[in-house]
Design a protein. Sequence first.
Length: 236
Amino acid sequence: MWCRNLTLRGDLMKTLILVDLQNDFMPGGALAVPGGHEVLPVANAIQRCFDIVIATADWHPPGHGSFASAHPGARVGQLIELAGMPQMLWPDHCVQNTSGAELSPGLDVARITKIIYKGMDPNVDSYSGFFDNGRQRSTGLEDYLRSRGVDAIYVMGLATDYCVKFTALDGVALGLTTYLIEDGCRGVDVVPGDAIRAVSEMRAAGVHVISSRQLDVSGGARRGIPEGVPGGAPRE
Ligand code: VGL
Ligand code: ZN
């Protein structure tokens, strides 16, 4: 028994959503998230605890409207208006078919059955794995989950304060039982404290904040944490 049968309400089809574990969000990448690589062992260890494993990928065309470089005179970190919505400007990142947009080579991809691409519209950013920021278009993630009878999603990845947060909030809004695997996330913290505030926001919205140790018994042992009772109740 390797995976604790973590069920809050008898969730039947558990899906792990690995958010944006792409080279550009790893140290050395174009939009490096501090400690981003530290979540890869977590992702690899817990995949076997899930019925379905999905990855999302930020997948921008060159010159995407979220890139500071697309707006003459603008700077990274500046807030502008894009298609009528507030938009933070980023360095060029996750450009389609570049190495920066590839999933990290440190991620075990063998059990990933679907990659959800987002952020393709040059004028609309898409932090959530479900919808663009204007909630005008869906990515297909909801349909994929519904068609497979998924009732619980477990979200982890990068970045806590952007794509993880909006994916988890949309999960709750769509009526899915939604968990955040907190140690499987890292934030960009454009403003210090953003990642911590994002976790509070998710919790307040009804996201169940858990640790990977509550899922993966062997991983807990590997990290020197005493093994729990398989099937034991989660501590929140
Ligand atoms: C992300 C900023 C811009 C993310 C994507 O994956 O959290 N953040 N694009
Ligand atoms: Zn992006």
